[in-house]
Design a protein around this ligand. Structure first.
Ligand code: SF4
Length: 502
């Protein structure tokens, strides 16, 4: 490299300047990366993140792996937020950070700093791999991670660009790193012998479950697959580098979370068939067992045996936990459609399912099933769409993201946070049916309490005039607002006439 990088305009990032950042990244030689990201993770109605920084998905995948070091390069405020969130979710290990300033960025020194950090970190007695993640500004500045050595003393080096202006959700960012690692591992396995996983691995043909799942779910799925002579492989994202080989060495890859596009590409390159949807409820489980069994070459008798073993228990769990409630579902985990299917099978009325994830063929069966059962499925749902659906449907319970839950509670509608409450419980088979119904039953019982809270707090102000901590309701100052509005307009007008004159 010639040592210099194009500068990036101030004010870029996830809350402004997306076009500037895109333009800068293309000018800095990142067109191929951006085109790949755009093809894998197409944008939707909201063209920039509405939830946490997308790079958190990649960071989390790296931090959850044994013997893998993860290094971020980005603005200090972004890295602060990402490390904070990592530790909030129990990372229990250090996040590496290569800082930069205008000078090191423009002179290209930041690339040298990253390379030094990688050499310093890549100790084979401590690590199998070092992951470097370029956040928004280094990506837009063209910091060339592809020029890092592919390995140092046997420690793999994986460099990825995960800009907020190229990866719409943190869910898809998990796939950016999982797919990059899977690709590396696949090429290693193609070149020669590789390590076995640390734990015991089943001799039967195996099914690899794709997506971050509740820990008991793979165990439950293994039980469901057994009558077909199948077992589960280590799931993806992996917990250790050597597990990647075993994940690849499967009879079938199951895209339970349907947005792992780059990872699915690697399974396809390895010649593995991929099935969509997941074993939720009676109908979902029946279809999934049939599709997975067929893809693995199981006989019709064995598929029937698997269904005969699994379905009655799920039926019994659903019957024992009926849901008589209207529920809206919104989230950014990728499992929203499966959760909605289970709710409907348990008796819930689900008029709306919003997911921030994109439409892919791996959730198509779920979309069709939901549509046939009266649910509107909104892919790439924006917060505004989720809010409008919640307001219109007035559900007995809203499952959603933090701002949606807050807005629902302000209206006295019981609401729970999808990630912490729903994703933190089993989803598949009979345990999934029982767990979900239990949450819904508990929460909908709180409707009266929410109603009392709304009336108790009425009159204390709302929004930026909320009365908390004040003796009375804070006063609005329309005069000041009007003054600032006029100033903003004048500035915009001056900038526009200046642009026309230049
Ligand atoms: S790295 Fe994340 S937090 Fe920082 S500007 Fe980009 S999207 Fe926003």
């Amino acid at each position: 490299m010639d040592g210099s990088l194009p500068p990036v305009a101030n004010g870029g990032g996830c809350h402004g300047g997306r076009d500037t950042m895109l333009e800068a990244a293309r000018a800095a030689g990142k067109s191929e990366t951006l085109d790949r990201l755009q093809a894998d993770y197409p944008r939707g109605p909201h063209d920039q993140p509405q939830s946490m920084c997308p790079a958190f998905g990649s960071l989390r995948v790296g931090l959850r792996m044994r013997r893998v070091a993860t290094i971020l390069c980005g603005s200090a405020c972004c890295v602060y937020g990402l490390t904070f969130t990592s530790h909030f979710y129990g990372a229990k290990r250090s996040v590496g950070y290569v800082p930069f300033n205008s000078e090191t960025l423009v002179r290209g020194q930041v690339y040298e700093d990253i390379r030094d950090a990688v050499y310093e970190t890549a100790k084979p007695d401590q690590y199998d791999a070092v992951v470097v993640i370029n956040l928004c500004v280094p990506t837009a500045s063209g910091v060339p991670l592809d020029r890092l050595p592919k390995q140092i003393d046997g420690v793999r080096v994986i460099g990825i660009d995960v800009p907020g202006f190229g990866v719409p959700t943190h869910a898809e960012a998990k796939d950016v790193l999982a797919g990059a690692m899977l690709r590396y591992a696949r090429l290693e396995a193609t070149a020669g012998p590789v390590q076995r996983p640390r734990g015991a691995i089943a001799d039967e043909p195996r099914v690899t479950l794709i997506g971050e799942l509740f820990p008991a779910d793979p165990v439950g799925v293994a039980g469901m697959l057994k009558p077909m002579g199948l077992a589960v492989a280590p799931p993806l994202p992996s917990r250790e580098w050597r597990d990647l080989y075993a994940s690849l060495d499967c009879a079938v890859a199951a895209a339970v979370h349907p947005f792992y596009v780059a990872s699915v590409r690697e399974f396809a390159a390895a010649g593995r068939p991929v099935v969509g949807s997941g074993p939720v409820g009676v109908e979902g489980t029946s279809d999934w067992l049939a599709a997975t069994g067929r893809a693995a070459g199981a006989t019709a008798e064995r598929i029937d045996a698997a269904k005969a073993q699994a379905l009655p228990a799920i039926r019994a769990a659903l019957d024992a936990n009926p849901i008589r409630a209207r529920v809206t579902v919104s989230g950014y985990e990728g499992s929203e459609l499966l959760v909605a299917r289970l709710l409907i099978e348990a008796g819930a009325d689900v008029p709306y399912v919003g997911t921030a994830c994109p439409r892919t063929e791996w959730s198509e069966a779920d979309r069709q099933w939901l549509a046939a059962h009266g649910a509107h499925v909104q892919y790439r749902a924006s917060l505004e769409q989720d809010m409008a659906a919640m307001r219109e449907a007035r559900p007995d319970l809203a499952l959603g993201t933090t701002p949606l839950v807050q807005a629902a509670k302000e209206r006295g509608i019981p609401a729970i946070y999808f990630t912490n409450m729903v994703s933190a419980r089993p989803l598949f088979g009979a345990p999934g049916a029982a767990a979900l119904a239990a949450i819904v039953a508990t929460q909908t019982k709180g409707a009266d309490r929410f109603g009392r809270m709304v009336s108790f707090f009425s009159g204390v102000g709302t929004g930026d005039a909320a009365g908390y901590g004040w003796q009375g309701v804070p006063k609005q100052h329309p005069g000041a607002r009007e003054k600032f509005r006029r100033q903003r307009e004048a500035r915009a007008k001056a900038a526009a006439s200046q642009a026309m004159g230049s």
